[in-house]
Design a protein around this ligand. Sequence first.
Ligand code: DGT
Length: 354
Amino acid sequence: MQYNTIPNYLLAWYFVNKRTLPFRDIDDVYKIWLSEVMLQQTQVETVIPYFKNWINKFPTIETVADAEQESLLKMWEGLGYYSRCRNFHKAANIVVKTHNGKIPNNWEEFRALPGVGDYTASAVLSIAFKKPYPVIDGNVKRVMARILRFRNLTKRNIYRMKKCLTDIISKENPGDFNQSMMELGARICTPKNPKCGLCPVSFQCGAFLVGTPESYPLPIKKKKPPHYEIVAGLIWRGNKFYIQKRGQKGMLAGLWEFPGGKVEKDESLEDALRREIQEECGAKPKIIKKFGTINHAYTHFSITFHGYHCSENGTPINDLEHSTWIEPGQISEFPFPKANHKLFSLLEEQGWHV
Ligand code: DGT
């Protein structure tokens, strides 16, 4: 099968059918890069308001480099995968300090920046600098598995997809070619019920020609993610409660939280709460009452999160280096995980205090 006519058909389809997005058809490399970082693991509709707010507050790469990590995390609050934000901050500093504020236009230097993997490098270099690097994300893998009729997304098959894409990618318009592949995957070549009647390249698609496009590629069996019970305490001192900042490593790094943690096997919720607060803050709290429970799903696990009103119990809790006491009206000043915002909503309904 000849695949080198695919770009012409695909680009013609894309120019007529593409969605207008605030980060599309712009030539500011910084904004293109930011959008590609935000779009990883996140849907376009979710990204749009975050992108607009961010650009209003941080219009240039210099403003990102100058910002405090915490104010960037605040703008990212709710978008998840916060390491993207922390890495973007580090990368902006390197661009400003080492590259004179000019975002590198070659693979070696750009790919070496924190948080820039093969996907981001290919997307940004092709869209902003017209370099012919093909992007391979989940949508592109599905489209190519169907065109090339690959049942399994093995390393070898992905290598073959990449080779085919590198051969056929439009040299004049690699950025639009890449975006057209992703757009086709998102809107036409969908996992279920692909709209092959509307596909500009169905006649070059092996899976369509054998009549069973949906069965390519075979779904990857996912293990059920574990579930944890989490307890946390809102420890009151007068009108204020205690919050602490998570460390710089691991998930939700740099965000603020209530003291607490995972309930162990055969442990009651309240025992777990006393143990966790003792471990983290050096004193057992007085538990006043539970104010609510919420559920939240992360990528690799899910939690049921129980929140308790507490107070100090004779021994004051340690004020750690990265901790503070705040009034309810101050929560908007700190970046918190999404799960905490779910608890804040319950507290709003209840009027916060015990
Ligand atoms: P670990 O113990 O190494 O797994 O470390 P953490 O801190 O990731 O886990 P842990 O035991 O504190 O579990 C709490 C999980 O719930 C953690 O994945 C983050 C999530 N979480 C969301 N909001 C809060 C919060 O306000 N407090 C606490 N403690 N955890 C929160």
